[in-house]
Design a protein around this ligand. Structure first.
Ligand SMILES: Nc1ncnc2c1ncn2[C@@H]1O[C@H](COP(=O)(O)OP(=O)(O)OP(=O)(O)O)[C@@H](O)[C@H]1O
Ligand SMILES: [Mg+2]
Length: 337
């Protein structure tokens, strides 16, 4: 599509807030390419090492953008704007995406669009059909956040409740670490849990008022329980891995579900969406659909490729910002909120 029609809105979006270097192309609100380069180096350290993440973004960003442009059959001169994630995230990682986007926007003399990472996770729901109608509630569960937001419009983002300590993704990853599983452990807990008994072990539910969340107590009780059992049986984890994964997963999901049900009752909103990396969890997806059927919700679950960090969600948000002509000053800096 090198001879661009004047009317086409074609945006290159960059996501680099943590340890995935991602690029996507969107044309008139339709995703043409969505590419991610993941950084396996962090597995060695059991978590993301910010310095290494920034260096890997520097190496990956040009190839990922080139692959996305090629797949979309778009050349640089076709682009209407460049979008990037401006936060929250690791500052060094954000700086790579921000500097790249600014340089390209400057050289092509086209607008720059800054996107909030958590808004992008929610706006991923507008990529495919069916799309939620406003107002809707979104349970956003990721590696760094656990929130219930009320979306009144594309960029009217009202946080009704959030975690007071760990995020749901961290709870999955920390439980996995206790079980000796590699980072990031969330997907592995999901996998092992599929052949386990979720009622074999009981862990205390967090008692947090209103729409708040807490996962640190759950993690500690899981740790103490395992340590106690291992004193009596050194093979305890090995012999019970699937049941342990299923049981801790059930406790995390129960806490999430209690709060989204409460939020729906309080706001009388029955359009309920799920977003963020933990929305890839198979049991959470199944539970929210079942709960939705009981409560007459219209339930929205993102496609797997739009759950964890990706640039398609940034591109979708950028498309809406472009229509509003909300551009970022070229002097902007990324922020880490
Ligand atoms: N199937 C799964 N089951 C449970 N957790 C999962 C699954 N897939 C991914 N996760 C978890 O999702 C998290 C990553 O999600 P995401 O990429 O949205 O987080 P992040 O971008 O690091 O954090 P944030 O979006 O809050 O800045 C990790 O904690 C990972 O373990
Ligand atoms: Mg994320």
């Amino acid at each position: 599509m090198s001879a661009k029609l004047q009317k086409d809105i074609i945006i290159l979006a960059i996501e680099s807030s943590c340890d995935d270097t991602a690029a996507a192309i969107i044309c008139n609100g339709k995703i043409l390419a969505n590419k991610v380069a993941s950084q396996n180096i962090h597995e060695l350290y059991g978590g993301v090492v910010p310095e290494l993440a920034s260096r890997a973004h520097q190496q990956n960003i040009v190839p990922v953008v080139e692959i996305a442009l090629k797949e979309a059959n778009i050349s640089l001169k076709d682009l209407s704007a460049i979008a990037f994630t401006k936060g929250p995230g690791l500052i060094g990682s954000l700086m790579v995406g921000c500097s790249f986007a600014k340089s390209l926007a400057l050289s092509l003399t086209i607008p720059l669009i800054g996107i909030h990472h958590m808004e992008a996770h929610v706006l991923a729901h507008f990529i495919d059909d069916p799309k939620p109608g406003f107002p809707f509630l979104c349970l956003t569960v990721s590696g760094g956040h656990t929130q219930i937001v009320k979306m009144n419009d594309y960029f009217s983002f009202e946080i009704l409740g959030k975690t007071i300590d760990d995020a749901a993704g961290e709870a999955f990853d920390k439980a996995a670490k206790i079980l000796g599983l590699p980072y990031p452990g969330g997907p592995l807990v999901d996998q092992y849990a599929q052949s386990g008994n979720p009622d074999k072990f009981k862990f205390p539910q967090p008692q947090i008022p209103e729409l708040g969340f807490s996962f640190s107590g759950l993690k500690t009780s899981f740790l103490y329980f395992i340590q106690k059992q291992e004193k009596e049986n050194p093979n305890f984890i090995e012999e019970n891995l699937a049941d342990l994964c299923a049981s801790i997963q059930k406790a995390i999901i129960l806490h999430l579900m209690k709060k989204i049900i409460k939020a729906s009752v309080q706001t009388e909103i029955k359009e309920i969406a799920l977003a963020g990396g933990v929305s890839a969890n198979s049991a959470l997806r199944k539970t929210i659909i079942e709960e939705g059927a009981k409560n007459n919700w219209l339930t929205y679950i993102p496609a797997f490729e739009y759950c964890t960090d990706n640039a398609a969600m940034v591109a979708m948000a950028a498309h809406f910002k472009y229509l509003l002509k909300e551009f970022e000053p070229i002097t902007t800096a990324p922020f880490a909120r």
